[in-house]
Ligand binder design. Structure first.
Ligand code: GLU
Length: 375
């Protein structure tokens, strides 16, 4: 099946496999061990064929909640979720280490926070660790460090985390295994005409509109919206992403043979640094620009202050900001050269006036084109 091709070992030496909570944990809070063993057999087969899998595993909160007897599957409060994650994570790691060990594979655990992948230096550090582990043939098992991450600085769902991990690991593909078969044109539970989309070349407004708010399974936190966001991050970084069902045994072998699922085709434009930038989740401000500046950016130029019509948000030099055109659409994202106060001071003003307005020698641009990515 053509849909599954990008994920075969020869075509995709490194692959991220994300497993949702509802697949790992049964409704009573126990580990779905038999299913997991069948998945691990698939993973071991790929490893033996030369592929290096990276596992992004949810389930810590759901498992811990059961062990601690917490209500609402551990999601009644942030404190509950943090306690549940700390308790569940140790059990989760044991299960992975045990099942992978049965195939002679060594597991390694990495728990990351959003900042570990948003801060460039820490991101490169995580990337180097993953690289070393994979070159040693170890299978990294990754989750968000939910016990220390606070609400404002969390991924919150492992879909987007998986896309960021794929970038850090230099993976060519991501498979999101969940309790849905793929992306549907409408909610299949409600609309008999809903059809599954096999292949998405570009994540445009029509595709985004297919994600409804009620697609979450109730156990994990990622619905279709977070899967589409993960697809945007991955494909923008040149990584293919598939949503496939994990509701049967041997889900990877099944995906290979049936090709059933939704494939988001990788976008090959742009370099690694720009991909990291466009995948950033935290943006500190918005720079509003006129039509002339939009045209300049589209032709590959830097953003100059003269074309800026407004500055929103509080940010420091080096923060990520969105660039918004006169129609209100975000057209680019970049690392700003000035803090918000100085950016507002020189907004709309020609470069010759900047030194007087700022009291120091101005920089060449508000956002240099090397630190700017068109969205
Ligand atoms: N990190 C969470 C956990 O391990 C899951 C996040 C998600 O549902 O995607 O429980």
């Amino acid at each position: 099946m053509t849909t599954a091709q990008p994920f075969l070992p020869a075509a995709c030496p490194r692959l991220v496999i994300k497993i949702g909570s509802s697949l790992l944990v049964d409704p009573d809070g126990g580990v779905r061990r038999d299913w997991l063993a069948s998945l691990v057999a698939d993973i071991a087969a790929r490893h033996a064929a030369g592929q290096r899998p990276v596992i992004v595993s949810s389930g810590a909160i759901a498992l811990g909640a059961q062990r601690l007897g917490l209500p609402k599957r551990g999601r009644a409060s942030v404190e509950d979720a943090q306690a549940a994650a700390a308790t569940g994570q140790i059990a989760l790691s044991q299960v992975w280490a045990d099942l992978l060990g049965r195939h002679g594979l060594t597991a390694a655990q990495i728990l990351v926070t959003l900042d570990d992948l948003e801060d460039r230096r820490r991101y490169l550090n995580a990337s180097a660790t993953l690289d070393r582990l994979l070159s040693l043939g170890v299978v990294p098992v990754i989750n968000e460090n939910d016990s220390v991450a606070t609400t404002e600085i969390r991924f919150g769902d492992n879909d987007r985390l998986a896309a960021r991990v794929a970038q850090a690991a230099g993976a060519g593909g991501v498979i999101l295994l969940s309790d849905v078969d793929g992306l549907f044109s409408a909610n299949p539970a409600r609309d008999p005409d809903a059809a599954m989309i096999d292949r998405v070349e570009r994540i445009d407004a029509a595709v985004l509109a297919m994600a409804t708010a009620d697609t979450a399974s109730g156990m994990g936190s990622g619905g279709m919206a977070s899967k589409l966001e993960a697809a945007r991050i991955a494909t923008g970084a040149g990584i293919a992403l598939a949503i496939a069902s994990g509701q049967h045994d041997h889900p990877l072998a099944r995906f290979d043979s049936s090709g059933r699922g939704t494939l988001f085709v990788a976008d090959r434009r742009g370099g690694a640094r720009k991909a990291w930038l466009s995948g950033r989740l935290r943006v500190k401000g918005r720079i509003l620009v006129d039509a002339g500046a939009c045209a300049a950016l589209r032709s590959g130029k830097s953003l100059l202050a003269a074309g800026v019509t407004g500055v929103e948000g509080l940010f420091a030099r080096g923060d990520a900001v969105d660039v918004v055109g006169p129609d209100g659409a975000v057209l680019a994202r970049g690392l700003i050269e000035y803090d918000s106060g100085d950016a507002a001071r020189i907004a709309g003003r020609r470069s010759a006036a900047h030194a007087d307005l700022l009291g120091y020698a101005p920089r060449a641009a508000l956002i240099h084109r090397d630190h700017l990515v068109m969205l």
